[in-house]
Ligand binder design. Structure first.
Ligand SMILES: NC(=O)c1ccc[n+]([C@@H]2O[C@H](COP(=O)([O-])OP(=O)(O)OC[C@H]3O[C@@H](n4cnc5c(N)ncnc54)[C@H](O)[C@@H]3O)[C@@H](O)[C@H]2O)c1
Length: 263
């Protein structure tokens, strides 16, 4: 299959070889796409991002997704590298300083919460607005952001990341109207199963959540490779009329009740 033959795009969020974005990057390239990888300077210095980009033969461009200047530079560099507009973008960015510093939801540090919202949700708005102003995407392009079911249901321990993901999903719908009607570009979120990554393992109780979700989901948890395969279908021409959706990719978890399913 060369599902993404001739397509070009930006992949954010590759920190190491466990990152969901790494699986998306690899799979997109296997499916014939040309990509640019981007992450913060810190990730470039201390993560495996640069080495992984090299292994795929694609450029790595530093950009803090909370900085409009960085996002503008990233978009300009991408258009220069690709020789014009491109086709897809993955937003795979999340971080909560409250989670990191173990402030529980009922003892939130609000300055840190501002950072959670900026990094994990507003960065998506900033990215979309930059792409829109630069008219950087080809018609029928596709933008995907990763989210988690804690945006829609109370899941203990996800803390202010739940609020950030709810905002991310709202931005997807509201910018989806503009990008859809004016540019024929689609925007969706993929609500992924708990996955053992650096960001995932920072969440309190995530190991138990991962095991429980796996036991409750009729198909079991979706892993990072499953997620990458699904995201690549959303980048492809087979999903051109899917937009403004929160798409559960969780082995059925989101539709289960408190039932014991047959073995
Ligand atoms: N792991 C899970 O269980 C799970 C489940 C559902 C959704 N998600 C979402 O998937 C996405 C990817 O997370 P992951 O689990 O692969 O973990 P990860 O730690 O590998 O990726 C998170 C990435 O965000 C990047 N990042 C942080 N601040 C940034 C900034 N200011 N600018 C640019 N990049 C920045 C990090 O450098 C890192 O590469 C996140 O949005 C996460 O919330 C994860």
């Amino acid at each position: 299959m060369e599902l993404l033959k001739g397509k070009k795009g930006i992949i954010t969020g590759v920190l190491n070889d466990k990152s969901i974005a790494w699986y998306v990057a690899k799979t997109a390239v296997e499916q014939g796409a040309e990509i640019i990888m981007t992450n913060t300077a810190l990730a470039g210095r201390f993560g495996q991002t640069k080495a992984l980009a090299e292994s795929l033969g694609c450029p790595f461009i530093e950009a803090d997704a909370t900085s409009i200047d960085d996002l503008t530079r990233l978009t300009d560099s991408a258009m220069e590298h690709f020789g014009g507009k491109f086709d897809f973008v993955l937003h795979s960015i999340g971080m909560s300083p409250n989670v990191r510093k173990k402030h529980p939801y009922n003892d939130i540090d609000y300055a840190l919460m501002d950072k959670t919202l900026d990094i994990s949700a507003l960065s998506f708005h900033k990215m979309l607005q930059t792409l829109y102003k630069k008219d950087a995407l080809n018609e029928w392009g596709s933008i995907v952001a990763l989210t988690y079911i804690a945006a829609d249901r109370a899941i203990w321990g996800y803390n202010d990341m739940a609020d950030a993901k709810a905002l991310l999903q709202s931005i997807t719908r509201n910018f989806g109207v503009i990008f859809g009607s004016e540019r024929h570009v689609r925007i969706n979120t993929v609500s992924q199963s708990p996955t053992a990554t650096t960001a995932g393992q920072g969440i309190e109780g995530m190991d138990r959540m991962l095991q429980w979700a796996d036991s409750v989901s009729p198909l079991g948890n979706a892993d990072a490779q499953d997620c990458a395969n699904y995201v690549c279908t959303l980048f492809s021409d087979f999903t051109r009329k899917v937009t403004m959706q929160n798409l559960y990719h969780d082995g059925g978890f989101s539709s289960t009740g408190l039932t014991v399913h047959p073995e």
